[in-house]
Design a protein around this ligand. Structure first.
Ligand code: UDP
Ligand code: MN
Length: 228
């Protein structure tokens, strides 16, 4: 017998891959996803949008979810979508929630391998910040105290373990995520960081394997792309 403390093995079926999209991007952004990485995770990937689209509903085998959120690019609409993504994950039995934008390429086998290094029964907030220092905001409550926290850029992708998501439930489930976003008046990914780092006091683990469009592709070594 071995006495290792290795986390349990992760398979693709343990991962809920959540992609945020919007009606105006269906035709320009979804075909390339469906042609490429989606093929490797058809059953595990769900696309969250803001309209019914029977064409893409067919092409994704019914994996388009109409959040009924507004299709404008404002804070409330984006927090609304994230809130539905989060609630939908909670209603599954998946161990990991991984969010991506519709202009992200998801390296499916690498993502699964990467999650294998972490235990989903522990609290994990995995992603990449896009700022050099923690965000500092002045909270309205408690004598205008300064609040500092990191957040993972939504456009770089991030993952939450089920254990952490369960702890977030009382604060963020059933639309409460939207209320918090409204209260601090910040975007969905920032709201996520606020809930996890500030309210729950769980730290973001910075993962350099995630990339947002803020990093030009030419800065990633070609021979290392397959490991990202
Ligand atoms: N998006 C959305 N509603 C909008 C505009 C964008 O849900 O009105 C989504 C879009 O599908 C993408 C993410 O928000 O997943 C980021 O959008 P985009 O790449 O256009 O902007 P940026 O990365 O510059 O924030
Ligand atoms: Mn983008």
């Amino acid at each position: 017998a071995t006495a290792t403390v290795k986390p349990p093995t992760v398979t693709l079926d343990d991962v809920f891959i959540s992609v945020k999209t919007t009606r105006n991007y269906h035709n320009s952004r979804l075909p390339i996803i469906l042609k490429t990485w989606f093929q490797l995770a058809k059953k595990q990937t769900w696309l969250f949008t803001d309209t019914n689209d029977s064409d893409f509903q067919t092409r994704t085998n019914g994996h388009m979810i109409n959040t009924n959120c507004s299709s404008s690019h404002n804070r409330k609409a984006l927090c609304c979508k994230m809130s539905v993504e989060f609630d939908t994950f909670l209603n599954t039995d998946k161990k990991w929630f991984c969010h991506f934008d519709d202009d992200n390429y998801v390296n499916v086998p690498r993502l699964v391998k990467f999650l294998g290094d972490y235990n989903p029964r522990e609290d994990w907030y995995l992603g990449k910040p896009s700022i050099q220092a923690p965000l500092e905001i002045v909270s309205k409550d408690k004598r205008a105290q300064k609040v500092r926290f990191w957040f993972a850029t939504g456009g770089a992708g991030f993952c939450l373990s089920r254990a952490l998501a369960l702890k977030m439930m009382p604060l963020a489930s059933d639309g409460k995520f939207i209320s918090i976003g409204e209260r601090i008046r910040l975007p969905d990914d920032v709201t996520m960081g606020y809930i996890i780092e500030h309210l729950l006091k769980k730290q973001l683990t910075v993962v350099d394997l995630f990339h947002s469009h803020l990093e030009p592709m030419k800065f990633i070594r070609r021979d290392l792309i397959q490991d990202q």
